[in-house]
Design a protein around this ligand. Structure first.
Ligand SMILES: O=C1O[C@H](COP(=O)(O)O)[C@@H](O)[C@H](O)[C@H]1O
Length: 263
């Protein structure tokens, strides 16, 4: 896997505008090469912002949404329709307005549908399996959008917890999450990393500390990413098969030096 690249933008709006446009053109490109495209979405501030911004672009109408499948790298285990649900935020920001078949939205089960987060995690695992290539357990995502918490978490893989080190399970239930709500379901790191491209959307001063650690870890080869690095900064462990791009605004970048690079 190639090492992550870092690209900066002057402010959050420019980041959202450019990333939303890149998101739609990456989808177009993927659809011209593949019959179906699997996209993994995230929650959090930028997760919704990008989708909302994409919703205003004309290129939206050029996409054949019937060939796009949306998944989530994590979900908050609260009732259907709850404002904390990542899938609800994505629906409000964009998905509800798209002409996309309901069966293309692979929403992680809610607390009014399953007694426990473990059962929702198992149902999600089975859903992933249905869309996996022969012999595999889950699909390859063309693109995974990821946010990063101020503590360096991605999806519901939090620092100093066992979940980030999980190598076998495909989905996990998470309890006592350090960030509310406490009960969640998450993909594990190997599944997240099974993405052609991973894009991090990083905005705000509070992301400077984890971004610094992700940058420090970016020179470490995949096979040398230590348990210490992962436990301190789970985001450092998310690397795509073809590309990992960290798109950050100036507030998140702070004094970090990114090499000048064309977008
Ligand atoms: O709880 C979560 O947080 C992260 C990041 O959120 P942000 O608001 O700090 O950008 C998000 O990526 C994840 O999917 C979500 O469940």
């Amino acid at each position: 896997m190639p090492k992550p690249r870092f690209i900066s933008f002057p402010d959050q709006k420019t980041l959202a505008d450019e990333l939303a446009a890149h998101f739609l053109s990456a989808l177009q490109q993927d659809l011209s090469d593949n019959e179906l495209v699997h996209v993994s979405l995230t929650g959090g501030t930028m997760g919704s912002k990008i989708l909302e911004t994409a919703g205003e672009l004309r290129a939206l109408k050029d996409i054949d949404w019937s060939r796009v499948h949306f998944w989530w790298s994590d979900e908050r285990f609260v009732p259907t329709g709850h404002e904390d649900r990542n899938s609800q935020q994505a629906a409000d920001a964009l998905l509800a307005s798209l002409d996309i078949p309901a069966e293309n939205l692979h929403v992680i089960g809610a607390s009014d549908q399953f007694d426990t987060a473990e059962k929702a995690a198992e149902a999600y695992r089975q859903e992933l399996k249905k869309f996996a290539p022969t012999g595999a357990e889950y699909p390859t995502f063309g693109l995974s959008l990821l946010g990063m918490g101020p503590d360096g978490h991605i999806a519901s893989l939090f620092p100093h917890r066992p979940e980030i080190h999980e190598e076998k399970a495909i989905t996990l239930a998470v309890h006592d999450s350090p960030k509310p709500p406490p009960h969640r379901v998450t993909l594990t790191r190997p599944v997240i990393c099974n993405s052609q491209q991973i894009w991090f959307m990083v905005s705000g001063e509070d992301k400077n500390a984890p971004l610094t650690r992700v940058m420090q870890a970016s020179s470490v080869k995949d096979e040398e990413l230590s348990a210490d690095i992962l436990t301190e900064t789970p985001a450092a462990g998310a690397r795509g098969l073809e590309k990992t791009i960290i798109w950050a605004d100036a507030a998140a970048q702070g004094n970090l030096k990114f090499s000048a690079e064309a977008r």
